[in-house]
Unconditional design. Structure first.
Length: 387
């Protein structure tokens, strides 16, 4: 085959793609331009993003806290310090469409390799469909939504909480419960539906938002229907995943309306018409900065947890991502503590609870996860450590 024939073949392939693109631009220019901006933004982040260009600080967080709070601080300045604590419950999102295409996960690796090309072609077809149909808030690759498997994982969390709620019943004081039972009460806001003692926050990525809405549907259903509670899912930009990949870039515009994806349409107890009002985007400022990195956002999350103007309640329930959470344990657990959370990711749909402490010494704030407070509520930590 000659070079001329090769060029003709490429021309025959590109010509219909170009024609369809022009048609999309003419029929729905706003959607087409937005998709083009997403593609451009993805290229920028792939080349310039510094999200993973940081190291765990050498300072041991335990040195800022006395022994009775889980630290090892012994100097006399401890009397001049002030301490606060809050309960944090982490929920990892279910598997996404990006994971379904590019990560083997718990699938047979030989079968994953065998079907990789067909799965990739299917993903490209779906992305093309979203482009052609003008669905600018939908994407397979950008800010990837939950996959079918991811929905099952989120539903698994919802069913687990529902079963545990039946086991606990409506009796029993929350203050008398510890460990997993206390976490169940906090997650579902049992006996406090009109005024929950916890905030539910989420990353600004769709898979985390959907996991929170599906997994905690029984918590939100009564408040959404009755409109008697201000219980909602507040988006925290600092929770955005530590990655340069397109799936870690949010589609949602700054302070925009969070529209439901395909998996948010049939959430038990949550009418699709109420989904957008359930998501509070007042703190959402768009994508992470190119100058940002994971460590900056990890500290920002800790600061937000103790910021009374943002999150005044005593418990923060956060829906987010595996690398962010693993990094959280690596940075804020004492250096001499060997914990699985430093090496392994929380499984998809998994839930872990702990106490986060804040020390203020001469106006400087430091943070530590109390290692004795960590409770695996559901799912636990998996075997995959690849970042």
């Amino acid at each position: 085959m000659t070079l001329t024939q090769d060029l003709q073949g490429i021309h025959h392939i590109l010509r219909p793609i170009l024609l369809v693109s022009i048609l999309c631009l003419l029929s729905n220019p706003t959607a087409a331009i937005r998709k083009a901006k997403l593609f451009y933004t993805s290229l920028l982040y792939l080349v310039l993003c510094k999200d993973k260009k940081w190291k765990v600080p050498p300072e041991d967080p335990a040195t800022f806290f006395p022994k009775e709070l889980g630290g090892n601080k012994t100097d006399v300045n401890v009397a001049n310090a002030t301490y606060m604590e809050k309960t944090v419950i982490l929920i990892r999102h279910g598997e996404s469409t990006w994971n379904d295409t590019f990560n083997a996960g718990d699938r047979n690796k030989a079968l994953f390799v065998l079907f990789f090309i067909p799965n990739l072609l299917y993903a490209i077809v779906m992305e093309s469909y979203y482009f052609v149909s003008g669905k600018d808030s939908e994407s397979w690759f950008f800010d990837s939504a939950l996959s079918v498997k991811g929905v099952r994982q989120s539903e698994g969390l919802r069913k687990f909480l529902k079963k545990e709620k039946m086991r606990l019943g409506s009796n029993g004081a929350k203050s008398s419960m510890k460990g997993e039972e206390r976490a169940i009460q906090l997650l579902l806001a049992l006996n406090e539906e009109s005024s929950p003692s916890s905030h539910v926050v989420s990353s600004n990525l769709r898979r985390a938002i959907s996991t929170a809405a599906i997994g905690l549907a029984d918590r939100f259903s009564s408040s959404v229907v009755s409109s008697k509670s201000d219980d909602e899912i507040l988006l925290l930009p600092c929770l955005q995943e530590i990655s340069r990949n397109p799936d870690a870039l949010t589609i949602l515009p700054s302070r925009g309306v969070a529209h439901p994806t395909w998996c948010d349409v049939n959430i038990p107890g949550l009418p699709v018409s109420s989904f957008s009002t359930l998501i509070d985007t007042k703190l959402h400022t768009g994508n992470k900065s190119l100058k940002s990195n994971g460590l900056i956002r990890l500290r920002q999350f800790c600061e937000d947890v103790f910021d009374e103007s943002k999150l005044p309640k005593s418990t923060i329930i956060a829906a987010g991502h595996s690398l962010f959470y693993r990094s959280l344990f690596q940075v804020f657990l004492p250096r001499d503590v060997e914990h699985i959370g430093k090496k392994k990711k929380i499984v998809n749909g998994g839930v872990v609870m702990f106490t986060l402490r804040e020390a203020t010494v001469e106006k400087k704030k430091e943070y530590m996860i109390d290692p004795s407070s960590i409770v695996v509520v559901y799912g636990g930590f998996g075997k995959h450590t690849k970042g």
